[in-house]
Design a binder for this molecule. Structure first.
Ligand code: HEC
Length: 108
């Protein structure tokens, strides 16, 4: 029982608003130019891009989407699109980013 506690606390931290706040600052620095301040895919650079950056407020985007798919795309990019790879982000950074992106997921 004693050993389970740190893992429990880590689990709480991952879903906490503080973790999403960390994701927000990473998002602002790395993603906002394309994906937009409201995560709706309408960043200042979006106009010039084809396909357009993903709108994270769209219910259809989240349909069945798993964190591990998102993690892979953030780390390695999306071939054939302007979605760049971000290999310099740590696993914790990517988890925080996903927690932040999920704050835009429409509730069913
Ligand atoms: C240069 C512009 C640009 C930047 C910077 C950028 N993206 Fe993207 N992103 C795109 C485009 C374009 C797509 C592709 C949309 C499509 O496939 O229709 C995309 C797609 C995605 C997808 C969805 C992939 C899918 O189809 O499942 C995720 C998740 C994502 N980006 C996350 C991020 C994150 C997190 C960051 C910052 C670390 C970021 N992006 C930075 C342009 C960008």
């Amino acid at each position: 029982m004693k050993r389970a506690l740190p893992f429990l606390m880590l689990g709480l931290a991952v879903s906490s608003p503080a973790f999403a706040a960390e994701g927000k600052s990473l998002y602002t620095a790395n993603c906002m130019a394309c994906h937009g301040v409201d995560a709706d895919g309408k960043g200042p650079a979006a106009m010039a891009l084809d396909p357009k950056p993903t709108d994270f407020t769209a219910p259809a985007f989240w349909d069945g989407k798993e964190n591990k798919e998102l993690k892979k795309i953030i780390k390695t990019g999306k071939p054939g699109t302007p979605m760049a790879p971000f290999p310099q982000l740590s696993d914790d950074d990517v988890t925080a980013l996903i927690a932040y992106l999920r704050t835009f997921q429409p509730q069913q």
